[in-house]
Design a protein around this ligand. Structure first.
Ligand code: ATP
Ligand code: LTN
Length: 348
C-alpha cells in the first residue's frame, strides 16, 4: 500500500513550507471526552504554534484501544475530537489533521522500533504502571508497547517539537532514547524531537482531588470541553480548597487554590500576580465562581462550533481524508529509509 501519488495533493506553498519550517507532531487518544486539562496542557499550545511550524495533529485511535472501547463510541468520539480540534482554533488549511489508523505507516514503523526498545525501558513507564493498576484485568501487550507506537508517531514525520502536557514528558524522553539508539546504529535516520511543555497549565489537577491529574476518567473532578455552563459552574463551586481564606499560589500547602489560579490564568491570559491581586481581598465564595465563569466563556465558542461542525460530516470527512493523504506521503519517505537501513529487500 505504499505506491504514492500524494505529491499531487500538495500545492507549491505546502511543499515549500515542508522544506523550510520546523515540524510538529502531537496527538490525543479518543478514549474519552476532551478535557480542560488536555486543552490547557496541549491543544492551546498547538493553536499558538500553527503559524510558525509545519504541524501534524492526529486523533490517535490506535492508542485508544489499549484499553477496552465500545466500537461505536470510539468511532463517534474520533470524529468529535477532530471537530473539536478545529473548534479550538486549529485551521485545517494550515495543519495536517488526520486519524492515526488511516496511515498504516504508524503501525509499520512501530514494529521496527519495538525491536530497538528494551523490555526494561517500557517497564519503567509510569503511565503503564498506572494503567495496569487501573485495568488489572486487561494488561495487554499494546498497553505495554504503547510508547513505541507513540515514538513511531513522532519519528515518522521527523518531528522537531512535540507539544504535550507534563505527564507525557517521560514518553517523549523514551522516544528520544529510541531515536538516538537507532541513529547510532544507522546514522542520519531520525530528527531528534524535543518535548514542548507549557509553563502555565502543564498539569491541571482534578477539581475534586487536587493531588491527582484532571483526567477524563474522573467525571466530577474533570471539566470536559462540551460541558454545559451550569455543569461547569457546579463543578467549580464544589472544587476542593482548604480551610484558609487567602487566594494565593502555594502548590504545597494550597494545591486546590493553586490549581484554580492556574486555570484562571490560562483561561483569561492574566499573569499569576495579576490574578492574586484581583482576589487579594476576596474570599473563596467570590473566587470559585469567577474561575467557573472564565472557563464558561473560554469553552462556550468551542462547544458551539463543535456542535455546528458535527452537523457537516462531509466537511469533516474531507479534512481527515486529505490529512491522511498528506501524512502518508511524508510518513512513507521515513519508512522507506528505515526499511532500507535495517536490511529489508526493496519491493522494487
Ligand atoms: P487518560 O486519563 O485516559 O490517560 P488524559 O486525560 O490524560 O487521558 P489524553 O487524551 O491522553 O488525556 O491527553 C492528551 C494531551 O493532554 C496530552 O498531551 C496530555 O499530556 C495532556 N493532558 C491531559 N490531561 C492533562 C492535565 N490534567 N493537565 C495538563 N495536560 C494534560
Ligand atoms: N500518549 C499520548 C497521546 C499520544 C501522543 C503521540 C502525543 C500518542 N501519540 C505522539 C504526542 C505525540 C497521551 O497519552 N496523551
Amino acid at each position: 500500500m505504499t505506491g504514492f501519488s500524494h505529491k499531487h495533493s500538495m500545492n507549491k506553498r505546502e511543499v515549500l513550507d515542508m522544506e523550510t519550517k520546523k515540524r510538529i507532531f502531537s496527538g490525543i487518544k479518543p478514549s474519552g471526552e476532551l478535557t480542560l486539562g488536555s486543552y490547557m496542557g496541549a491543544i492551546k499550545n498547538w493553536v499558538s504554534l500553527q503559524d510558525e511550524y509545519e504541524c501534524l495533529y492526529c486523533v490517535v485511535d490506535m492508542h485508544a484501544i489499549t484499553v477496552r472501547q465500545v466500537p461505536a463510541d470510539l468511532r463517534r468520539r474520533s470524529l468529535e475530537q477532530l471537530a473539536q480540534y478545529i473548534a479550538c482554533g486549529l485551521d485545517p488549511e494550515k495543519n495536517i489533521m488526520f486519524i492515526q489508523s488511516h496511515v498504516p505507516q504508524h503501525a509499520e514503523l512501530s514494529w521496527v522500533l519495538g525491536c530497538y526498545t528494551q523490555f526494561g525501558e517500557l517497564s519503567r513507564m509510569t503511565q503503564f504502571k498506572d494503567k495496569s493498576q487501573k485495568h488489572a484485568d486487561n494488561i495487554n501487550a499494546g498497553l505495554f508497547t504503547y510508547p513505541v507506537l507513540m515514538a513511531a508517531d513522532i519519528l515518522l514525520y521527523q518531528s522537531d517539537l512535540v507539544p504535550v502536557g507534563d505527564d507525557q514528558k517521560q514518553h517523549v524522553e523514551l522516544c528520544r532514547d529510541i531515536a538516538s539508539r537507532f541513529n547510532f546504529l544507522f546514522p542520519d535516520t531520525f530528527t531528534m524531537p524535543e518535548p514542548f511543555i507549557p509553563k502555565m497549565g502543564a498539569r491541571i489537577m482534578s477539581l475534586g482531588a487536587p493531588d491527582t491529574k484532571m483526567s477524563k476518567s474522573d467525571p466530577e473532578g474533570c471539566v470536559i470541553l462540551m460541558d454545559k455552563p451550569e455543569d461547569i459552574m457546579r463543578k467549580f463551586k464544589r472544587a476542593v480548597t482548604d480551610c484558609e481564606s487567602a487566594v494565593r499560589f502555594d502548590k504545597v500547602n494550597k494545591p486546590g487554590i493553586s490549581n484554580l489560579l492556574t486555570i484562571y490564568c490560562a483561561a483569561t491570559g492574566k499573569t499569576m500576580e495579576e490574578a492574586e491581586a484581583e482576589f487579594a481581598d476576596k474570599g473563596y465564595g467570590v473566587f470559585k465562581p469567577a474561575v467557573g465563569e472564565a472557563v464558561v466563556e473560554l469553552l462556550r465558542p468551542i462547544r458551539e462550533e463543535t456542535t455546528r461542525l458535527l452537523t457537516d460530516k462531509a466537511y469533516l470527512e474531507s479534512i481527515y481524508k486529505e490529512g491522511a493523504e498528506k501524512a502518508s506521503y511524508l510518513a512513507n519517505k521515513t519508512l522507506r529509509k528505515v526499511y532500507k537501513k535495517v536490511g529489508f529487500v526493496p519491493r522494487g
